[in-house]
Unconditional design. Structure first.
Length: 349
């Protein structure tokens, strides 16, 4: 689809901070795929990455340096350059009257900042936030709350236990590159010293049962974020979620094994029908006939994919399922852009 750069004073001016990163680059792909209309597009990055040329649609854009950008030249800015950059620069953007959609955890739990998954809590976008910031949730929170919302409405939810299997791309280009380089080295010499800057222990031919720093209670920051963000988005402050987040040697595509205990018995056929009727959700077979859902066999990268749906044989109130998403798209860039599309539709941009 050709990129709709338009001479329309009502079309928004967009800036992307972190345009050379994994999420920023995916955001540009999604903007092109969805034919978003805009009046201007500014690509921004650190001094190290500034000066690169990036093609978006049928145009080449030179990446500018963040420190030299005047935020008054943008109506909306997507931040995808890490929480430290967001902490430093989001207040600057907001001071110029620019609306920020932030893809880091810098502001997710701030009381005055909406944390939004449009399919779940788009009512948060009925008005432009006074703080000038809308937070994009964590890449594993987004698919989880999209599954849980209608289940909670139908059967009620008592508790959730989830184990996530998160790809190297969750650490950006550097995570992907480290996994690829370490895998090459391990195949040549299993005794070689592996790079371990992004993942420690090294991720090649390994799984690492820890993402983020370990907190005082033994859970990791990633696990804490999943709990807190889900409660905020769903409006369920007492929701009981226990998580174990694991890094796996997959380039892209996060997976999760979920166990959900409801307040009432769950019928499997009704559950499959409910989940399959959700927007942009694909329900796969039971795996008995070759329809095995994996990150490598994902299908539509803009969909949330569900499989292995089972009712517990010992507890009819509980069910289990397997969930896979493209974490750079569904878990980050696509959700961020859908936030903007919703704001445009509601007349706030």
């Amino acid at each position: 689809m050709p990129m709709p750069l338009v001479d329309d004073p009502l079309a928004p001016r967009i800036a992307v901070v972190g345009a050379t990163g994994a999420v920023g680059g995916t955001l540009l792909d999604v903007i092109e795929d969805r034919g978003l209309r805009y009046r201007a597009l500014h690509l921004l990055a650190s001094a190290r990455s500034a000066g690169r040329e990036i093609r978006v649609g049928d145009r080449e854009y030179r990446v500018g340096e963040l420190t030299g950008f005047h935020f008054g030249d943008a109506d909306v800015v997507f931040f995808s350059a890490g929480h430290a950059v967001s902490r430093a620069w989001v207040p600057v953007a907001v001071a110029h009257g620019t609306l920020v959609i932030d893809n880091t955890f810098a502001f997710r739990m701030s009381a005055d900042v909406p944390l939004v998954v449009p399919q779940v809590n788009s009512a948060e976008l009925d008005r432009r936030p006074a703080a000038g910031v809308i937070a994009n949730p964590n890449s594993v929170t987004i698919p989880l709350v999209r599954v849980v919302q209608d289940v909670e409405r139908r059967w009620g939810v008592r508790q959730i236990s989830v184990s996530t299997y998160q790809a190297a791309s969750g650490s950006g280009h550097s995570g992907i590159e480290e996994l690829q380089e370490a895998s090459r080295l391990a195949l040549q010499d299993p005794q070689a010293t592996m790079p371990a800057e992004e993942f420690s222990p090294g991720l090649a031919f390994n799984v690492v049962p820890q993402i983020g720093r370990v907190l005082d209670d033994g859970f990791t920051l990633q696990e804490r974020k999943l709990l807190q963000e889900s409660r905020k988005i769903l409006g369920l402050p007492g929701l009981d979620i226990t998580a174990t987040c694991v890094r796996v040697p997959v380039v892209n595509g996060h997976s999760a094994a979920m166990w959900v205990e409801c307040l009432k018995p769950v019928d499997r056929a009704e559950l499959c029908l409910l989940l399959g009727g959700l927007p942009d959700v694909t329900v796969h077979g039971d795996g008995m006939h070759g329809d095995i859902l994996t990150p490598a066999t994902l299908g539509d990268p803009n969909h949330l994919h569900l499989g292995r749906i089972r009712i517990s044989p010992t507890n009819p109130n509980s069910f289990l399922l397997w969930l896979v998403t493209d974490n750079l798209r569904v878990g980050a860039a696509l959700n961020a852009l859908q936030i903007m599309e919703t704001l445009v539709a509601k007349g706030h941009l």
